[in-house]
Design a protein around this ligand. Structure first.
Ligand SMILES: NC(=O)c1ccc[n+]([C@@H]2O[C@H](COP(=O)([O-])OP(=O)(O)OC[C@H]3O[C@@H](n4cnc5c(N)ncnc54)[C@H](OP(=O)(O)O)[C@@H]3O)[C@@H](O)[C@H]2O)c1
Length: 323
């Protein structure tokens, strides 16, 4: 795998702050989510990632709305330090250069007026290739109009990222970030020829989503009952193959008096990516923030790379990931 390019920070993912199907969200969790948010800010985790599709039906836009509410309650000096990133879904009815206008305005309202980075949530290149470029042009318009500081993309591979970068750079609004699934159970982006190389070459910030493999990398099988539903089924399927990897992670964690989560996050950082773990309890924030106090050695990173690449199982790829 490619060598690291310096160490990045750690952000906070908020998919679970509104999603019922996978994460079992319900509004009784809101006080703990607010405490989680406040702990993150206090620990220096200032980058928050949300999306307009995190929360659907009666919880439509819930993750953005909670984040907006929590951020608005901060003292102004702390609020100014936040970096709020949202993602707009390229739903089939969002068409043309103005196709995101209403969605962007709605997200901005829910986020109490604050969006620093707006991202195309996934690439439509594989199933509706005509849809994506006009939507990106519209996001570039928003940057040029001063509505938002930067635009990013998500779920793109090397070929598509280069094409999008070329087109938007011509307009003077190159994408500032790419968000992809990246973890020890989804290491492809940092393999030779992977999209991390393109990001380095083009100066695009690489953001690692699901860096804990939905939590599997942050727990040992002795850690009590598996989560219910599809996460539990996935953990049950993958866990038997992870014995060696988890033993090595546990060894590194013990040597640093750190958590397994911290090892998984620092592996992303060692590859130059900004991990955005999903956090929904204050103690999870503390374990993530503690990872910033140390780095993997080259030797540790290489050993983890080898173990990750030697696995014959991995996280399911996002079906909307382009090549
Ligand atoms: N662009 C995209 O298409 C896309 C796709 C997926 C995700 N994302 C973004 O990436 C973020 C992170 O990904 P993710 O939420 O899918 O998964 P993740 O970060 O891999 O896993 C999150 C889960 O790990 C568990 N966890 C966190 N810290 C832990 C700790 N210290 N010890 C034990 N368990 C811990 C928690 O589960 P419990 O709360 O159940 O304990 C948490 O909900 C999302 O929130 C979202 O913002 C983007």
């Amino acid at each position: 795998m490619a060598h690291p390019v310096g160490q990045a920070g750690i952000g906070v993912g908020t998919w679970a702050w509104g999603n019922q199907f996978l994460w079992g969200y319900d509004p009784s969790q809101d006080p703990v989510l607010e405490a989680t948010f406040q702990r993150a800010v206090a620990c220096g985790l200032h980058t928050f990632d949300t999306a307009d599709s995190y929360g659907t039906g009666r919880f439509n836009g819930r993750s953005e709305a909670l984040l907006g509410r929590f951020a608005a309650a901060l003292p102004a000096a702390q609020r100014d330090q936040l970096l709020v990133a949202t993602k707009l879904a390229p739903f089939p009815w969002r068409l043309g250069r103005r196709g995101y206008d209403r969605a962007f305005a709605a997200s901005k309202r829910r986020l109490a007026g604050r969006i620093d980075l707006v991202q195309l949530h996934w690439s439509t290149a594989r199933y509706a290739p005509w849809q994506e470029d006009p939507l990106l042009e519209g996001l570039a318009d928003l940057v040029q109009q001063g509505e938002v500081a930067a635009l990013g993309v998500s779920n793109m591979g090397p070929r598509r990222l280069r094409a999008v970068h070329r087109r938007l750079a011509e307009r003077g609004v190159p994408p500032s970030s790419l968000q992809v699934q990246l973890s020890l159970l989804a290491p492809n982006p940092v393999q030779p020829g992977g999209v991390a190389e393109v990001c380095r070459e083009l100066g695009i910030r690489l953001i690692a989503y699901s860096p804990l493999a939905l939590g599997l990398l942050a727990r040992s099988m002795a850690d009590g009952p598996l989560p219910r539903g599809p996460r539990g089924a996935l953990f049950r399927r993958l866990a038997p193959a992870l014995v060696e990897l988890q033993a090595e992670m546990a060894r590194i964690a013990a040597s640093r008096d750190a958590s397994l989560a911290a090892v998984a996050l620092n592996w992303c950082r060692a590859h130059g990516a900004l991990p955005i773990p999903g956090l929904r309890r204050p103690e999870q924030v503390e374990q993530a923030a503690a990872a910033l106090a140390w780095n993997l050695s080259e030797e540790e990173r290489r050993r983890l790379d080898d173990l990750a690449l030697g696995l014959d199982v991995g996280m399911p790829a996002n079906p909307f990931q382009s090549d």
